[in-house]
Ligand binder design. Structure first.
Ligand SMILES: N[C@@H](CCC[C@H](N)C(=O)O)C(=O)O
Length: 323
């Protein structure tokens, strides 16, 4: 694929965690970190917390082994262009896109991610917001999407507890892995985290050699919490799906609720600045998340802008976006 061709993109969000969606079914694009970051740039690009590169699993080297189980691979990038293992809000938006583009049927589908295959249930569409040839009969505005997020890993021993700090303040936090790393701190007030313009400190740093997403949590009522998040590779966002799952599990343990011991699922409502998610943990340890996912726009990336992004001398063009 050459950069003289316009490149289709869409814009979507899940509880206001927003993404640029770049369909590339046959895996012709090589998206460098620099190009992904440029596309996600809110001033010089389209703008988004992250980028969802939509590729057939069979066409992507990191996903070929999952191709028998999941036709599509979510090649997720953070807004700074870095690669992450998993994005919970992203996978709902990814599923919404597949329905919107007529690439998946209503009901259950499987999506390959770097954290493994995730099962997604797309609820029946209830509204139609975007008049588009590609929109099929999919409702963009309505219908929650449920994702089976896998098990939360709660490391034991030295890695179990960490300390999160902002300026002179610090809090004990829980290390939770949802395919990607999280540190969950319970605070008295969400404002205690300050402006979150820079990443909170997390000690010991050796627990998170690849960086960490940090959640600040307050209680709102029985099995109801609210959170803010500073995402690795992005900054503060309006929501984080994997973070909400990590928060739910940490809150349940704090409240003495372990589904494996209780023999029944436990469900929490998790409020994020951009909306609300319902998270359940089951006796087998699996975690399920339900929330909205919306496609808001589509367009094409200007080939001239892409060439500028790549560098007119071709110096950066050889790697960032080619095919
Ligand atoms: N917003 C996402 C998480 C995206 C990845 C994260 N920033 C990381 O680097 O692990 C979500 O909804 O889970």
């Amino acid at each position: 694929m050459s950069t003289t061709e316009p490149l289709l993109f869409l814009k979507g969000h899940g509880t206001e965690n927003d993404f640029v969606i770049v369909p590339d079914p046959d895996g012709h694009l090589e998206l460098s970190a620099a190009v992904a970051a440029r596309i996600c740039d809110r001033r010089a690009g389209v703008g988004g917390d992250g980028l969802l590169h939509v590729v057939r699993s069979a066409a992507h080297p990191e996903a070929q082994a999952m191709a028998p189980d999941a036709e599509w691979f979510m090649d997720y990038r953070n807004g700074d262009g870095s690669i992450a293992e998993m994005c919970g809000n992203g996978v709902r938006v990814f599923a919404r896109y597949l329905r919107y583009a007529g690439l998946a049927d209503e009901g259950d589908l499987a999506i390959a991610t770097r954290a493994g295959v995730r099962r997604v249930h797309v609820a029946k569409a209830v509204a139609k917001a975007l008049p588009s040839a590609a929109s099929q009969d999919e409702g963009q505005a309505g219908g929650d999407i449920t994702v089976t997020m896998g098990r939360a890993l709660l490391p034991a021993g030295l890695d179990a507890s960490v300390t999160v700090s902002v300026g002179a303040r610090s809090w004990p936090a829980r290390h939770v892995n949802m395919g990607n790393p999280h540190a969950v701190a319970f605070v008295d007030d969400l404002a205690d985290a300050g402006d979150l313009f820079s990443a909170p400190g997390v000690q010991p740093a050796s627990v998170y050699p690849d960086g960490v997403n940090v959640e600040f949590v307050v209680s709102r009522g029985p099995r109801h919490v609210a959170m803010r998040v500073h995402e690795r590779g992005v900054g503060e966002t309006r929501s984080c799906g994997t973070g909400a799952c990590a928060v739910m599990v940490a809150a349940a343990r704090r409240d003495g609720l372990d589904p494996a011991e209780l023999g029944h699922p436990v469900t929490y409502t998790v409020d994020v600045p951009g909306g609300r998610l319902a998270i359940s943990e089951f006796p087998d340890g699996s975690v399920e998340m339900t929330g909205p996912a919306v496609i808001v726009a589509q367009g094409t990336l200007d080939p001239a802008w892409l060439r500028t992004t790549l560098g007119s001398d071709g110096e950066r063009g050889a790697g960032p976006l080619s095919g």
